[in-house]
Ligand binder design. Structure first.
Ligand SMILES: Nc1ncnc2c1ncn2[C@@H]1O[C@H](COP(=O)(O)OP(=O)(O)OP(=O)(O)O)[C@@H](O)[C@H]1O
Length: 293
């Protein structure tokens, strides 16, 4: 008997999702499967639900939502043998897209039934896990505006990007240690990625792999507003490294220090986070999450 628990975020993406017992009965017969569905009621609730599913003996826990929901569920499964399944119901669905998990729900469920498990790398930023990417700079500001917009569509990302570009300030000089090099900069962006996609097929690190034991890093120093629009255009062409202020690295660890101690505004898997710490330490846990893909 396989115990499969579905953790559903009812507000991910368009908010329309068909994950209920009657629908899942069509795919999982009662002789072979115990199917439990849980819905998150608020931010971070999926973590509590996942922890209770682990205690209840789930063999597979399926995150039904976008990268934020996956982060909450998967964070509880790192270094366990419990497999993560994904039904991509989010707006961007960056991680699912990198893993080539179908957006079609029936096909995503068929994939979960194969129980074909592979291990992927996991990123760690101070005490938080990330599976797709993390960053400080313009990406965090885009996410901050996006969360305030209360809309979950591509157009809201575009509007939030323009707002973030318009209001960007270069207040804090930072020092980044990566691959034995030290970079001092007023950052437009410090982006660290495990995955090759942020969502909507957009990528700042097109060469990143979830299984190569490395994090891909893109650092972009201060640029003018006009150049940031050109940078946006290069992102659409998947060539963000083509401006001279952009430098790419691959590393297992990255350290970021700020000249003036103030809270870091960051994003982790597309959720806005403030980090109140002297330094940010980013590391990689190789192949430490079991995922069905
Ligand atoms: N019932 C709820 N009400 C409000 N927010 C919720 C609820 N359940 C979960 N959340 C929060 O919703 C946020 C967005 O979830 P998620 O990232 O899965 O969707 P998305 O933003 O549409 O997709 P993507 O990240 O792929 O673009 C997460 O921060 C999650 O904690």
């Amino acid at each position: 008997m396989k115990h499969i628990h579905f953790i559903v975020n009812p507000v991910s993406g368009s908010g329309n999702q068909p994950i209920h017992q009657k629908f899942l009965k069509k795919f999982f017969d009662e002789e072979n499967y115990v199917v439990i569905i849980k819905k998150s009621d608020y931010k971070k609730h999926a973590k509590i639900l996942t922890k209770s599913s682990i205690a209840e003996g789930a063999h597979i826990i399926v995150a039904c939502g976008g990268d934020g929901t996956i982060n909450e569920v998967a964070s509880c499964l790192v270094n366990t043998k419990i497999a993560l399944g994904i039904i991509p119901l989010g707006s961007g669905n960056g991680l699912a897209s990198n893993l080539k998990i179908p957006k079609n729900i029936e096909r995503a469920i068929a994939l979960i039934k194969t129980a074909s498990v592979k291990k992927i790398d996991v990123g760690c930023v101070n005490e938080h896990y990330f599976f797709s990417n993390t960053g400080i700079g313009i990406d965090a500001q885009v996410i901050r505006h996006y969360e305030n917009s209360n809309e979950r569509k591509l157009i809201s990302y575009l509007k939030s990007s323009l707002k973030a570009l318009w209001s960007i300030k270069y207040k804090n000089k930072i020092r980044v240690e990566v691959n034995g090099q030290t970079i001092q900069t007023y950052p437009f962006l410090v982006f660290i990625s495990n995955s090759n996609e942020m969502g909507y097929k957009i990528s700042l690190t097109p060469m990143a792999s979830l299984q190569d034991g490395l994090l891909d890093v893109l650092i972009v120093s201060k640029i003018s507003k006009l150049k940031s629009l050109y940078f946006g255009f290069l992102i659409l062409l998947k060539k963000p490294h083509l401006i001279k202020e952009a430098k790419s690295y691959q590393s297992k660890t990255i350290k970021i220090y700020q000249a003036n101690h103030s809270v870091y505004e960051s994003q982790i898997d597309g959720e806005f986070f403030t980090i109140d710490s002297e330094a940010i330490n980013i590391s990689l846990l190789e192949k430490s999450l079991h995922v069905i893909f």
